[in-house]
Design a protein around this ligand. Sequence first.
Ligand code: PEP
Ligand code: MN
Length: 352
Amino acid sequence: MLVVMKAHATQEEIQAVCEHIAQLGFRAHPLPGAQRTAIGITGNQGEVDRGNLESLSGVAEVIRVSKAYKLASRDVKEEDTVVSFPGTSAAIGGRSLAVIAGPCSVESREQALAIAEQVAAAGAQFFRGGAYKPRTSPYAFQGLGLEALRILADVREKFGLRIVTEALDTETLETVAEWSDVVQIGARNMQNFSLLRKAGRLRKPVLIKRGMSATLEEFLMAAEYVMSEGNYQVILCERGVRTFSDHARNTLDLSIIPALRHVSHLPILVDPSHGTGRRDSVLPMARAAVAAGADGLMVEVHNHPESALSDGPQSIYPAQFASMMDEIERIAPIVGRNLARNAPAITAAGVK
Ligand code: PEP
Ligand code: MN
């Protein structure tokens, strides 16, 4: 159910409706929009008695949301969600494209700082790097853990980049959240419902990667898990799905961009690195993602991909990343966008 407030409803009226919903034993989710505030109701098994709600002051109407996902749906919030980062000009969603770049894994301080310097110089505003890695083999590099989180904090400090890193399990989620600006939930965890719920209790943006065989509805239900706990700062990321195609690691499903955009207000990023698994495919698919209306990209960049501890074959060189930035900057205006570049001038001494 959704309570749509009148355009000029006051904060007190909104608060009173939320309290009424809580008294009924349900959860109220006030979502302010440009025109009016809508209040999503969750926790109800069946219909909520709309009679009482409709008579409350400031209420325009009460609507049933028929889709399985509610808070993630455009029925609840018409305007696109923009996730912003207080104290910075960085944002994910809206007119400016957001670019997250960096290695698959943080391997050492030298490696992370060297790559960060180059992606920042090319204009990335966000740095990625795994500290806790979901690896198919238990014998493969599992990430440097807390040491990597400390290195990522240095990257933020030195280059003014926002940090995106994956939380692998409920045990490490809070630590990851403490050290990062965006908590990534990986494809393998997209339906780890206890992890999603716990991420919903954070007050920090959560980036959810699409599961390898997830439908659009399953993808949005993962977002719904996070939002149902009161965390509305959710970012979706298409990273390819498994198909019969064997020319690439995954099949990057760019057609999900307009499909998601149609039904959801959440920002949508594309990861052409995991989406293809091939360095030579990253640039063409990055261009295509921007042309198809993505809100930004997540790209793996490595200074020595031939010796990377994970995902070397799909990691592009810093110089290729710089070309990618120039190219998407030229494509962006055609689709009504611009590229937000890292503003601070980088010097050897750090951010000026
Ligand atoms: C990653 O971003 O390094 C990663 C493991 O991604 P995914 O969960 O999409 O496989
Ligand atoms: Mn990777």
